[in-house]
Design a binder for this molecule. Structure first.
Ligand SMILES: *Cc1c(COP(=O)(O)O)cnc(C)c1O
Length: 454
């Protein structure tokens, strides 16, 4: 057999034409979103006031297995997809492992991450509906950048609430978003009531995703022809991100490979949910049983130390109630550097799968993560995003385990993005000023106390 190439780009005739809705293969569906006032499930109609109509429909549709990718979305996908499936030969050799390491690289676009996969779809549906503006939040800045790109292309105004600490750590992210025409507001801000309230209570706060979401929702509610969109967590985002897993599976099939384990970093769960789609389907239908591992930061351990409960998606308690693993919507993570993973909750789909034993989770500290990032950059040439480096850490640990046991496992992980805008974080690792922050049980209990009582 020919040697596997370092990089494999799927040929055009093998590209997925439809997204895959994982829920269609789940016998036990995730619990529905509830109205916080009545405690009743929210019908799609009610979601249309907050969300883009088509996205609201996708959100509540647990039955349709395949959703055609619209031509307008496909046309933009062609500017940056397919993304390559890579074999980490050099890293394998450096580790001295008999394991085969594959990774799907989603960072080859200006946003530098997988977020563009869903941003394009969301801006497309907004345009189709005749909306003229969108609001959103961004943590590390990747989602805001991706949506700025998509909104510029489809000619939609965009207001981005960016977590303040990130906007300070990554000022160049702001410049990129502005270049694409977005208005960026560091959050909490005085442009919304909730922002003002949070600032009054805690003037020094660096903000959080939950708080930025509240501000973005408030802004959208007050503006005509405007809706709020979200870059992770929600079911419709996982649907769009399934393109990652579908391409990966098709490429692995071409190579005659099947992973023993699939690893991804988990912030709100969108890249992991997208990557594992076809493999989780095999697991749900009893065809195969790959190990599936979510990797989260020790500082924001929603799966490994959170509660599986109904909670708000935001600090201001404006969203519907979502059943998920959560640290409590009041949780403000330590301002460390895994920006894109600093969310208190987790995708309801992944939460359900984790709860039902279909996947595992582990948390890792900042320093081991950056150690893995540096090693990976050296041998695989790509400078990874800190978020992605959580998955790299776990993949390396698994490969080192194989070195001990002599097992030739096939490891697949998601390399979600590049870290060019994360050099403050890299500096802090290189200067040895980085810490491995771990919240105490007391910190978490305090935050669990904010969980809504149903
Ligand atoms: C946003 C982001 C993540 C985390 O978000 P998920 O929704 O959990 O995928 C991971 N990596 C990168 C590069 C990101 O931008």
């Amino acid at each position: 057999m020919n040697q596997v190439p370092h990089k494999l780009y799927l040929p055009e005739d093998k590209l997925p034409e439809a997204w895959y809705n994982l829920r269609a293969d789940m016998k036990d569906q995730p619990d529905p979103m509830l109205h916080p006032g009545t405690g009743e499930p929210i019908p799609a109609d009610a979601l249309k006031g907050i969300f883009v109509e088509e996205l609201a429909l996708q959100e509540v549709d647990g039955a349709t297995r395949e959703v055609s990718i619209p031509g307008g979305v496909m046309d933009y996908y062609k500017t940056f997809r397919p993304s390559p499936l890579c074999r980490a030969y050099h890293l394998e050799k450096a580790l001295g492992t008999p394991a085969k390491i594959y990774y799907k690289f989603e960072g080859n676009n200006t946003s530098g991450s997988h977020k563009l996969n869903s941003a394009v779809a969301q801006a497309y549906y907004a345009k189709e509906q005749g909306l003229t503006a969108l609001t959103t939040e961004t943590g590390a800045g990747q989602w805001g950048t991706a949506l700025s790109m998509a909104c510029a292309f489809f000619d939609i105004d965009l207001f981005v609430y960016m977590v303040k600490v990130s906007s300070q750590q990554k000022p160049h992210r702001l410049s990129v978003m502005r270049t694409y025409g977005a208005e960026v507001i560091p959050s909490p801000s005085d442009t919304t009531e909730i922002g003002k309230k949070i600032l009054r209570e805690n003037p020094e706060t660096g903000g959080s995703l939950g708080c930025a979401i509240s501000e973005a929702m408030e802004r959208a509610a007050k503006k005509e022809n405007c809706r709020y969109v979200l870059g992770s967590v929600l079911n419709y985002v996982l649907l769009h991100q399934s393109v990652i897993g579908l391409e990966t599976k098709a490429a692995m099939d071409l190579l005659g490979e099947y992973p023993d384990m699939v690893i991804g970093c988990a912030g709100g769960g969108s890249n992991l949910g997208g990557l594992i789609g076809p493999y989780m389907r095999d697991k749900l239908t009893g065809k195969a049983s790959p190990k599936i591992i979510a990797v989260e930061p020790m500082s924001c351990p929603s799966l490994t130390r959170g509660r599986y409960a109904y909670d708000f998606g935001d600090t201001g308690m404006m969203t519907p109630l979502i059943k998920m693993y959560t640290l409590g919507s009041g949780y403000i993570p330590h301002p460390n550097h895994a920006g894109g993973l600093r969310y208190h909750g987790m995708s309801p789909i992944l939460s359900k799968l984790y709860h039902d034993g279909y996947m595992e989770a582990r948390s890792v500290g900042q320093r081991p993560v950056f150690e893995a990032a540096k090693l990976f950059a050296r041998y695989e040439s790509i400078l990874p995003a800190p978020e992605s480096a959580h998955a790299i850490r776990a993949a390396i640990d698994e490969a080192l385990l194989c070195r001990e046991t002599g097992e030739t496992k096939t490891i697949l992980f998601g390399l979600t993005g590049t870290g060019y805008f994360d050099m403050t974080a890299y500096n802090s690792y290189l200067d040895d000023t980085m810490s491995d922050y771990r919240p105490s049980d007391e910190d978490l209990e305090k935050s669990f106390a904010t969980l809504p009582r149903l």
